[in-house]
Ligand binder design. Structure first.
Ligand code: DCT
Ligand code: MG
Length: 407
C-alpha cells in the first residue's frame, strides 16, 4: 500500500532524508486505513484544509478546550488542542475508530482521550464540563466585546463581572474602543454575512476610487477563504506605484466619516521602514502597516434593521429597537505594493495557517516570515515576491489556495 519511491530515491541519491519525509513515512503507514495514498504533513501550511470537513464533531470539541485553555492564558495547552483540531480538519473522511488516529501528527494523548470518548459516547464529558462552567461562559461573552482581550476579561471576572449587564451596572472605566464594543454589542456579536461584507467593500472601493482610480481594495480574512460569515471585514488597500499609498487612508477616512459611515474608528501609523536588518521577532504575529480599526454603519433594507445603540444606562431588554442600519467591525490596512503579496498572505489567514507558515519558515528553512517580508537567514537576504505563489515557492511549499487555508 505504501508508495516508498520518494524514500528509495532520496536514499539512492545519497540525500539526507528530510525530517518531514521521515514523519510522512510513519503517517502514511498509519493512515493506510483512511485511504491508501493520503498523507498528513506535520505543518498546517503543508496541508489543504477546506472549510467543510467531515470531522466537525471532534474539531468543535477540541476547539472549545483550546479556547478554554486560552481563557486561562495557558498558551501551550491551547495551541496543542488547536493543532489536533487542525489536523482533523484536513482529514478527507470521517474518523470512525481510534485506530485511524495512530500516527497522525500533532494529536497528543489528551486530545486522543477526548476523541476516543466522543467516538464511544458521542460527547466528551470534559467539554461538557467546560461548556457548563461559569468561568467559560463569562469569559466567552466578555472576550467577544470589541476591545476586550483575555487579560481584561479575566480581571473583570475576578471582580465579579459575569455578563454584559454586569459591565453596564458595574461602572467599569472603559476605553473608547470598549465603549464602542458595549454600545454596539448586539450588532457586533451577530455574524457579518458575505453579502454585508461585499456591500461594505463596494462602499470603501467607491471612496478609494474617488481619490485615486489606480488604488486597489481587496477583501482578505475569512471571506477570502470562502467563509460565508465572519466576525469582521478585513480590507487590504494598496497602490501600484510604490509610495502613492501613503496618505490614502486619511483621505478614505475623511470621505467615509463625512458620509456618516464611521461609528467609531482608531488609526495606527505605519511603523515599518524598508528593512535593512533581519526581522528580530520572526514569530511575531503583529504587523506594522498603517491601519484603521473601525465600527462601520452599514445601511440595511428597513425590514432587516438591527439594534438601537445601547447607552451605558439602557436596560438590556430595551436594546433591540429595529433600525435601518447595522454596526459592523471593519479593519482597513494599507500596504505599499512591494509588500502587498506578503500582506495579502498574512491577512488571509487562517490565524493558525499563518502561525504555521512562520513556524515552517523558521524551523525548516531558516527563514523569517511576517506580513511585510521573507528573510533568508542562510543567504542573508530579503526575498521579494509580487504574488502569493512566489512566496510559497520561496518556502519550497506547494501553493495552497485561500479556500484551502482554513486550518
Ligand atoms: N491574523 C494573524 N494572527 C492573528 C490575528 C489575525 O495572522 N493573531 C491574520 C489572519 C487572519 C487575518 O489576520 C484577519 O484576522 P481575523 O479577522 O481575526 O480572522 P478571520 O479569519 O478573518 O476570522 P473572522 O471570519 O472571524 O473575521
Ligand atoms: Mg476577519
Amino acid at each position: 500500500l505504501l508508495d516508498m519511491s520518494w524514500f528509495v530515491e532520496s536514499m539512492s541519491a545519497n540525500k539526507p532524508v528530510d525530517i518531514q519525509d521521515r514523519h510522512r513515512l510513519k503517517v502514511k503507514a498509519a493512515c493506510a486505513s483512511l485511504t491508501p495514498d493520503y498523507m498528513v504533513p506535520v505543518y498546517a501550511c503543508q496541508r489543504r484544509t477546506p472549510l467543510q470537513h467531515p470531522n466537525r464533531l471532534f474539531t468543535d470539541a477540541l476547539e472549545i478546550l483550546s479556547e478554554n485553555a486560552e481563557f486561562f492564558e495557558s498558551e501551550g495547552r491551547s495551541l496543542a488542542f488547536y493543532k489536533a483540531s487542525s489536523v482533523m480538519k484536513a482529514l478527507p473522511i470521517r474518523l470512525t475508530s481510534t485506530v485511524d488516529l495512530c500516527g497522525l501528527p500533532c494529536i497528543g494523548e489528551h486530545s486522543q482521550r477526548v476523541i476516543k470518548e466522543i467516538l464511544e459516547d458521542g460527547v466528551s464529558s470534559e467539554v461538557e464540563g467546560v461548556l457548563q462552567s461559569e468561568r467559560y461562559q463569562a469569559m466567552k461573552v466578555l472576550t467577544s466585546i470589541f476591545g476586550v482581550g483575555v487579560k481584561t476579561a479575566d480581571r473583570w471576572y475576578r471582580e465579579g463581572i459575569r455578563n454584559f449587564g454586569d459591565i453596564l451596572s458595574s461602572g467599569q472605566k472603559l476605553t473608547k474602543e470598549q465603549e464602542a464594543g458595549v454600545k454596539y454589542f448586539k450588532d457586533l456579536s451577530s455574524p457579518v454575512t458575505e453579502e454585508e461584507a461585499n456591500s461594505i467593500t463596494d462602499t470603501v472601493r467607491k471612496a478609494v476610487a474617488s481619490i485615486d482610480t489606480r488604488a486597489k481594495v481587496t477583501i482578505t480574512g475569512g471571506f477570502r477563504r470562502g467563509k460565508q460569515r465572519g466576525h469582521d471585514v478585513d480590507l487590504l488597500i494598496t497602490h501600484p506605484e510604490e509610495g502613492k499609498e501613503a496618505g490614502l487612508l486619511a483621505q478614505i477616512i475623511t470621505i467615509l466619516d463625512s458620509q456618516g459611515l464611521l461609528l467609531y474608528y482608531k488609526t495606527k501609523e505605519n511603523t515599518y521602514t524598508a528593512p535593512r536588518e533581519p526581522p528580530v521577532k520572526p514569530h511575531s504575529t503583529l504587523d506594522r502597516f498603517e491601519r484603521c480599526f473601525s465600527v462601520f454603519k452599514l445601511s440595511l433594507p428597513p425590514f432587516r434593521g438591527s439594534q438601537e445603540p445601547v447607552s451605558l444606562s439602557t436596560p438590556l431588554d430595551k436594546t433591540c429597537i429595529a433600525t435601518d442600519w447595522k454596526a459592523v467591525r471593519v479593519d482597513l490596512v494599507v500596504s505599499p505594493c512591494s509588500q502587498y503579496a506578503y500582506a495579502l498572505l498574512g491577512w488571509t489567514g487562517s490565524q493558525h495557517f499563518e502561525r504555521e507558515l512562520r513556524r515552517f519558515a523558521g524551523s525548516e528553512k531558516q527563514m523569517a516570515l511576517n506580513s511585510h517580508a521573507l528573510y533568508d537567514r542562510k543567504q542573508n537576504e530579503f526575498l521579494s515576491a509580487s504574488t502569493e505563489e512566489e512566496i510559497f515557492a520561496h518556502l519550497g511549499l506547494p501553493f495552497i489556495p485561500p479556500h484551502e487555508r482554513n486550518a
